[in-house]
Design a protein around this ligand. Structure first.
Ligand SMILES: C[S@@+](CC[C@H](N)C(=O)[O-])C[C@H]1O[C@@H](n2cnc3c(N)ncnc32)[C@H](O)[C@@H]1O
Length: 262
């Protein structure tokens, strides 16, 4: 039974994580407050959920999006055709760009997926121009801030393996600060982002996670009896009124720093 996380469906990603990503991304952009006309790099752009915010809110000169998932990139290209955006397949640990080319390199909800986070941050610093910004935000995985943490906890309580990204500790605030300082970035600052999302009812929640790339893939594999018990536990935990809508919360850590040498 697999416990890996595969991003191979941009549309399912949109419902599962894209909605959360946009909520957190809006707060992140308020905090970054970038000037218009910048050259942006979106590392781990996925299906383009955050890239879309950059285009609609930040009047960029250009945005380049990079992600290793061909399916996510295909979805992003199909949904965000624009003269100012270009998507390509690539890895955060070996960015396919020359030094010093970007005013702002961002990594939204990605750092815990990068096997060597220090290398990923060093790559963003390398391609950032002196005086430019390197910034990221990521769910507080270790502190229970992941949007579907209650489901993960109930899975663990039933002895079911919970798929985790390769570097779940990377999004701790102190770890992020160490990574940014370690890459030689200066003027490093952090903040905490809290978001909420309403589900129309338990069926809406369950369909959403079933289609998603991590817990969803795992719960599709469990037996009918385990599934029924898991559903009962999660329903009891989340529903405030039988059959009614409910709200879930999530928490992300954000960080920014400047490339030295301007
Ligand atoms: C939770 S999604 C975030 C997508 C998008 N940034 C957003 O905010 O919605 C994580 C993304 O990281 C990508 N990813 C995984 N490993 C990566 C790596 N080594 N370098 C760059 N991106 C990676 C995945 O393919 C996936 O699209």
């Amino acid at each position: 039974m697999s416990a890996t996380i595969s991003f191979n469906d941009g549309a399912a990603y949109e419902r599962y994580m894209g909605i959360w990503s946009r909520s957190a991304g809006n707060i992140f952009l308020d905090w970054l407050n970038p000037a218009p006309g910048l050259q942006w790099l979106d590392v781990g752009c996925g299906n383009g959920a955050f890239t879309d915010l950059i285009i609609r809110r930040c009047r960029p000169a250009m945005v380049r999006g990079v992600d290793p998932s061909a399916e996510q990139i295909e979805y992003a290209r199909a949904h965000l055709a624009s003269d100012t955006v270009q998507f390509e397949i690539g890895d955060a640990q070996a960015l396919p760009f020359a030094d010093d080319g970007f005013d702002l390199a961002v990594m939204p909800l990605v750092i815990f997926f990068v096997p060597d986070p220090a290398r990923g941050v060093a790559e963003m610093a390398r391609v950032g121009r002196p005086g430019g910004w390197v910034a990221a935000y990521a769910w507080d995985m270790a502190g229970g801030g992941f949007p579907y943490a209650p489901l993960q906890e109930e899975m663990r309580a039933l002895g079911l393996a919970v798929p985790l990204p390769p570097s779940p500790e990377a999004s701790r605030l102190e770890t992020l600060r160490g990574l940014w300082h370690g890459a030689g970035l200066v003027e490093v600052e952090t903040t905490v982002i809290e978001v909420q999302r309403e589900f129309q009812g338990f069926e809406d929640y369950w369909d959403t996670v079933r289609g998603g790339p991590s817990v969803g893939a795992r719960i599709r594999e469990v037996s009918a009896a385990q599934k029924a018990e898991l559903q009962a536990r999660v329903r009891a935990r989340l529903e405030t009124r039988a059959g009614g809508p409910f709200t879930c919360s999530a928490r992300a850590h954000a960080i920014r720093g400047r490339v030295a040498g301007a």
